[in-house]
Design a protein around this ligand. Sequence first.
Ligand code: SAH
Length: 351
Amino acid sequence: MDIGTFMALALGHPKYGYYITRDPIGAQGDFTTSPEISQVFGEMLTVCMIEAWIRGGKPNVHLVELGPGRGTLMADFLRSCKNAPDFAERSDIHLVETSPVLRNAQKTKLAGYKPHWHDSIDTLPNDAPLLILANEFFDALPIRQAVMTLDGWREKVIDLDADGNFTFGIGAGAQKLRKDAGDAWIATLPAGNDGDIREISPVRDAMMKALCERLQKQGGLMIVIDYGHAITNAAGDTFQAVRQHQYVSPLSHVGEADLTSHVDFARLADIAKAAGCAVHGPDDQKTFLETMGINMRLKALQAVNPNDATLAPGVSRLTDAQGMGGLFKVMAVAAQVSFCRFSPAGFQKPS
Ligand code: SAH
């Protein structure tokens, strides 16, 4: 099968899928995310989003999070929204989440609020602008890979070896396109060197297109944060698996390891622009958070909690240029039909 089919099954199989069966986030789990490292992460996103909302005239909006994990980012966001008193009355909360385990965690974390849950973006309301947050969501959507062989580009596939173990193989290529049009992308790849890998994510592309079309129709702003690259195909093979905070082979521990890939931000930006949206960034997470004033916020928190030794290391981890601060990118996508026809705080003019 192609890598995308494998990823979709390993992560989302209704009975055995990785996200369906567990809460993978945190020290006891497999990986940690920015909102779990520091509350300041969510606070900086609140400032950016709410500033845009106020500047845009405080319309009624739907606040949406894609893949909210344990609900920590949303909880931090809503807590800091209390400084914008009208926001609570003029917004409701929508969480797009497929994992029943994580939905439960979100319910607990957001007790006192009334979120609406959705299996997909299709059921999000369409009667008001959308403020959409997506941290480490796009990386979980299935990718496909092409590998350059002496025969030209071929799809990289997952096969079984003689002992019944998963192994990588080479499937149909430009010469042998399967009938489904999904394979035609391989024929469009420019020449490469033997062994080169190219990645595409039709699922991610379709998700981005649908979201941007919704933004253009309804108005609003979306902030996408993820590990990834700002130039298409800059990274080659980024298909990865993480289990208990270690990289493992994507073919071992199937259904028990997180499978992701790096997000191609240039491609997402092109899709957003084609839908008519303005694109700000992508910038490094370090640049965005520091521009938003993360160090000022850290000082204010330290003044109130002088004995909290976790504050400074948390912020350092989020902004470390050699670590998350450099690997993670932040991109804002603004509809050009409503209140956000300006650069959101923390970003330069649209590209
Ligand atoms: N944003 C959170 C969690 C990131 S992990 C944080 O930063 O901590 C990825 C999240 O996306 C999980 O909540 C997972 O269940 C969800 N998810 C993965 N694939 C999804 C899909 N196709 N549709 C909706 N949610 C999905």
